[in-house]
Design a protein around this ligand. Structure first.
Ligand SMILES: [Zn+2]
Length: 235
């Protein structure tokens, strides 16, 4: 195997390694879909729970006010028994009327609160009813993803080892040249020649250069300056 073949092999290994690392960095579609569904369901439960909490607080406030007003109403009704003239009687009735109206408003408010709370509770119960199935689908997809990650990690480790092995067989000058182009040219230092053109930048390879490549010489693309690789038939 000559140096250009080794460089091409190194490039192939690094491309495969980059692909694995990219796969590891993103949630796979199969997991991302269930993850979105799961997060949305949890947010909805939190939202409904929040609504119920708010209604519960409001209910306690109204209940307190209602019992105060009922006490007040009883007091006014007691006073009605002790009035001494028509004027006091009219005044007591006015207070009773106002208190009764207030009690009625508060009772309506309690009723409205209960209806709303029932609605939210029902939605919450429905959510919770479907939760176990969703949870197990989520857990399964998550486990699959983690499992595929461990496969990818294993593959990446092997590829890293392979790359280091190839690098160790290269002269330092070539290794440095490869790494410089690799960094500068989107992690592709070696470009394969397809149909007499550089596969990365489409620049045509002159016949003279093609001859050099056939002899296994190291040649740079005249367009993108990457190292060119031509597959030579071994037969
Ligand atoms: Zn090129």
């Amino acid at each position: 195997m000559n140096d250009v073949d080794k460089l091409w092999e190194l490039q192939t290994v690094l491309t495969a390694l980059n692909e694995r690392e990219k796969q590891m960095s993103v949630k796979p579609d199969s997991f991302a879909a269930i993850d979105r569904e799961y997060q949305a369901a949890n947010e909805e439960v939190t939202r409904l729970q929040g609504q119920l909490d708010t209604l519960g607080k409001e209910r306690r406030r109204v209940d307190g006010e209602l019992s105060d007003q009922q006490e007040l109403l009883k007091k006014y009704q007691g006073q009605l028994m002790q009035v001494k003239n028509q004027q006091q009687y009219a005044a007591a009735w006015k207070e009773i009327d106002a208190a009764r109206k207030h009690v009625k408003d508060l009772e309506e408010s309690v009723l409205k609160n209960m209806t709303e709370a029932d609605g939210f509770q029902q939605q919450l119960d429905e959510r919770k009813g479907g939760h176990d199935a969703l949870q197990s689908r989520y857990d399964e997809a998550h486990a699959d993803w983690q499992h595929s990650l461990s496969d990818l990690r294993g593959e990446a480790e092997k590829l890293k080892k392979k790359a280091a092995e190839i690098e160790a067989t290269l002269p330092e000058r070539l290794r440095n040249e490869f790494q410089k182009i690799y960094r500068q040219r989107q992690q592709v230092a070696v470009s394969r020649v397809n149909n007499d053109s550089c596969s990365m930048c489409r620049t045509r390879v002159r016949p003279q250069v093609a001859q050099q490549l056939k002899r296994g010489e190291l040649v740079h693309c005249e367009g993108c300056h990457r190292i060119l690789f031509l597959e030579r038939s071994t037969s």
